[in-house]
Structures are given as structure tokens and as C-alpha cells.
Design a protein around this ligand. Structure first.
Ligand SMILES: [Zn+2]
Length: 483
């Protein structure tokens, strides 16, 4: 919130998010949904808006909407209706979009966001169902040519609208990440902003700190990544503040964010809802939900991110921060629990996941589910460490080798004869030999040159090809040198 604090204004931000639901087929017809399919290959008379073709509601889309509403603690309305939102756009062949207006399926609810210094709830106005429009493509070098792909026409969308509760670009970013995470846990949306599965518009206004009324807002469109949302909002805050400071008035308008040039550009004046001439969709009957069906969905809900984070922190005795990182995806949390079940020191498991496993996964640009070092393989490595077969340093090296070769820890330990030497008789013999050889250094050490201790550790390690148990070496060396 630093930018706003400095200039004495408070930002008032609301988000409108559109999430593509991962159903097999579209919202009102049987066409499939495949990202990247050949243009216009997934279409039929219904989604192309041919005369006489009638929509049939996809039950799964309604189920997903209910899952989301329940997950954010909103009210699932047992009676809701679709409405026609009329507007012309080249990629909207019907000339209207089937949406929900004054009788949506979900009301209220909230999402908790966590920032480094605090956490708070962002209230939702509601959640509704609608269909997506097609896509206009402007090919590079196409000299003003526009191509239309209607594969996206009729893909089910959830529209999630927040109250103007958000106070900074960082909070907006956190909100979107959390929303994405919840939908991923529910398995209803991939949350992939780059592929357009999650899209966000933002409205923003400024007011003097302590004021209750709202300033004039602008709406930002074309926010294609979490970073773009953050940058666009920060840009608008500065722009509004400069206008207000100069005694000017902010114009209510819709702006297009240009992420390449890092600035917003006027798009059009803001249309009001009456411009869309909403009316109840005559081709569809109202959505009526039985309480028993809602209850069934409720009993099938998975454990959600907040609950899982709390449980992991408690059950495995790790910090809430660590639990937050580990529940950053369902797959990572599953991975952690699978390893932690087999290893005694669960804090060590958490550290290994957050440092070593995540590093390998990021370096190799993999998803957690694609990582070839399975939980059982990592558990085997950590158990070898726990039972002193290998040292901590060896474990790190073996892990890198596992990542490079795909071999198990056991196989690498055997092949390269990496078992650490924890046999005190053997180690004592090595140490005694070094003490005899290095008589001058021993003399100096005993006269007070204590920093030579590391030199002796190094000699033992060299003599054992790095395989001596470091803790035992320390202990035995002290006994022999000082005793
Ligand atoms: Zn279709």
C-alpha cells in the first residue's frame, strides 16, 4: 500500500473475474472444449447461433458453480434465471450472450487473502454463470485483417465479482492467486491466465484517506497475467492521483491495459447495464436446485487450501508459512504428505520440498505431478539420511544425481559405494594415523592454534573420500586432540 500512503489517497478496487469451467462440453450444446483445437472445428448450430437451434443447459456447469459458491461460503440460490445480454460483436454470432443478471445462482461469500504482514477477507457480491464469446484474431502482418474463431463460443464461464474491498495492487494479486488456488483444488478451472482460462477486469477509484464516499472509477480491461493486474492498478493509482492533485476530475471510462508499453489507453465510454437491454432468456427455463443435490455436492467437496494449510501446520509441526508454500498446489501438498508419512523428521521433509524439490521442478519446467522423483524415492533418500547411512551433504549430491539419472537413492549409494563410515574403530584408526603424520600441526594445535581443527577434519575427509560421518569425526577428533 506504500504508493497510496505516500500520496494521501486510498485506492478502492473491485475485481470482476471470468473463469472458464473445465467441463467436457459447452454450456448449452454438446460441442467439446479443447484449447488449441483447429479454428471453428468445435462448433454446431447452437453455439453458432443458427435460427431455430435451442440451448440445453449443461448440468455439470451448474454443479461446478455450486461447488465454487459453497467453497467461498456464499448462498446457493435454489431458483435463478438466465438473462440475455444484448450487444453486437463480430465474435458473438447470436448478437447476445446468455448470462445471469438480477437473479444469479450465487450471492455473497468471501475469500481470505494472506499478505506478509496481515490477512483479511475480501467480500464477494456474487457468482453467476454465463457463456463465453468467440475470439477475434488479428494476425500479425495481416494488414488490418481479422479472423474469427468460434470454438470458444458457449464455453461455460463463472463470473465472480468482488465488493470494492481491495486496497492495493498487491491485494488484488493475492486475491487472484487465492481464487485460482481454490478453483484448482475444486478441479473446476485450470486458472491459466495465459491461455485465457482466467480473465480479470478491474475497476479502481481513489479517495482521500478517511473519506467514505467513492471517487470516479475507471475500468481496466485486457489484464492477461497476475503481474499485469498489479502493474495496471499501480499505474492507474498514479494517474488518478496526478489528476486529483492538479484539481482535475477523473473521467469514468473503460481503459485497455497495454502491458508492452506499461500504460492504459482509452477504449470507450463506460456502458451502463441498461445499454445491454437485459431480459429473461426465453429459450431456457429457470435453474431449480433441490436441497438434496446441493447437500450431495457439499459432502463431496475436497479439503480446501485454508483448511489444508491449517491441518498440515498442526499435524506435521511445521510453520504456517511453510504449510502455505506446501499447499500452493494440491499436488505439492499430496507429495509432502506422502513423504512425511514415511520419514520421522517432518520439518526436514518440508525443507527438502521447498528447497530441493521445487528447485528441480522449476529448473525442469515441470508440474509437480510430472516430477519423476516420486514421493517414495525421496522418502528412501531421507530415511537413509535419518539412519546415518549417508550424511546431509551426500544426500544433496545423491538427490541431484537422482534428478539427473532417474535412479533411486539406494541404487546410487550401492553403485558408488557412498555409505558413510560410522564405524568408530575404523574412524579412530584413520584419525590416529593422521595425528602421527601431522605431528607438527598437532603440536601447534595443542599450543593454542585452535583454528587448525578444521584442517584435521579435512584430512580425515580426504583419507575417507568424504565418506566419514562428519559428526563422529568431530567428536573423535576432539577426544584425540584435546584428551
Ligand atoms: Zn456447439
Amino acid at each position: 500500500m506504500d504508493t497510496v500512503d505516500k500520496i494521501g489517497y486510498e485506492a478502492v478496487i473491485g475485481l470482476e473475474v471470468h473463469a472458464q469451467l473445465q467441463t467436457q462440453s459447452k454450456m448449452f450444446c454438446g460441442c467439446g472444449i479443447v484449447f488449441g483445437a483447429a479454428p471453428n472445428s468445435l462448433t454446431c448450430p447452437v453455439c453458432l447461433g443458427h435460427p431455430g437451434a435451442l440451448p440445453v443447459l449443461n448440468r455439470r456447469a451448474v454443479e461446478y458453480a455450486v461447488k465454487m459458491i459453497l467453497a467461498v461460503g456464499g448462498e446457493v440460490r435454489k431458483h435463478s434465471i438466465f438473462a440475455r445480454k444484448n450487444y453486437f460483436y463480430p465474435d458473438l454470432p447470436k448478437g447476445y450472450q446468455i448470462s445471469q443478471y438480477d437473479s444469479p445462482i450465487g450471492l455473497g461469500g468471501s475469500i481470505q487473502i494472506e499478505l506478509p504482514e496481515y490477512s483479511r477477507d475480501i467480500e464477494l457480491i456474487g457468482i453467476h454463470l454465463e457463456e463465453d464469446a468467440g475470439k477475434s484474431i488479428h494476425p500479425e502482418g495481416g494488414e488490418g485483417e481479422t479472423k474469427i474463431d468460434l470454438n470458444r463460443c458457449g464455453v461455460p464461464l463463472l463470473e465472480i465479482v468482488t465488493r470494492p474491498d481491495i486496497r492495493s495492487p498487491q491485494e488484488a494479486h493475492r486475491f487472484l492467486s487465492k481464487l485460482k488456488l481454490i478453483m484448482q483444488y475444486l478441479k473446476i478451472c485450470s486458472g491459466d491466465m495465459e491461455k485465457g482460462a482466467l480473465r480479470c477486469d478491474a475497476n479502481i477509484s481513489l479517495r482521500r484517506r478517511g473519506e467514505k464516499s467513492f471517487g470516479t472509477r475507471t475500468e481496466l480491461k485486457n489484464l492477461n497475467s497476475f503481474r499485469a493486474v498489479e502493474r495496471a492498478l499501480a499505474y492507474e493509482i498514479k494517474r488518478h492521483a496526478a489528476i486529483l492533485d492538479a484539481g482535475g476530475k477523473v473521467i469514468q471510462e473503460t481503459l485497455l491495459w497495454n502491458d508492452d508499453d506499461q500504460k492504459s489507453e482509452a477504449m470507450r465510454g463506460k456502458e451502463e447495464s441498461e445499454d445491454y437491454r437485459y431480459f429473461p432468456e426465453p429459450d431456457l427455463i429457470p435453474i431449480k436446485l433441490e436441497q438434496s443435490w446441493i447437500d450431495e455436492i457439499k459432502s463431496d467437496q475436497p479439503e480446501l487450501p485454508d483448511a489444508r494449510r491449517e491441518r498440515l501446520a498442526k499435524e506435521y509441526d511445521i510453520t504456517s508459512y511453510d504449510a502455505g508454500v506446501l499447499t500452493g498446489s494440491n499436488e505439492l501438498a499430496d507429495y509432502f504428505e506422502a513423504v512425511a508419512a514415511q520419514v520421522e523428521d517432518t520439518k526436514r521433509v518440508a525443507n527438502w520440498l521447498m528447497v530441493d524439490v521445487l528447485r528441480e521442478i522449476h529448473e525442469r519446467k515441470l508440474e509437480v505431478g510430472e516430477f519423476f522423483i516420486t514421493p517414495n524415492m525421496l522418502a528412501e533418500l531421507l530415511c537413509s539420511l535419518e539412519s546415518d547411512i549417508i550424511s546431509g551433504k551426500m544426500a544433496k549430491e545423491i538427490f541431484r544425481e537422482m534428478a539427473a539419472s532417474g535412479k533411486s537413492a539406494g541404487a546410487i549409494i550401492e553403485e558408488q559405494d557412498l555409505r558413510q563410515i560410522s564405524d568408530s574403530t575404523k574412524l579412530t584408526a584413520v584419525i590416529e594415523e593422521i595425528i602421527t603424520q601431522e605431528a607438527i600441526q598437532v603440536q601447534k594445535y595443542r599450543e593454542g592454534k585452535r583454528q587448525l581443527f578444521d584442517f584435521f577434519v579435512g584430512q580425515v575427509m580426504k583419507a575417507t573420500s568424504g565418506k566419514a560421518n562428519p559428526e563422529m569425526v568431530n567428536k573423535l577428533l576432539k577426544e584425540k586432540l584435546d584428551g
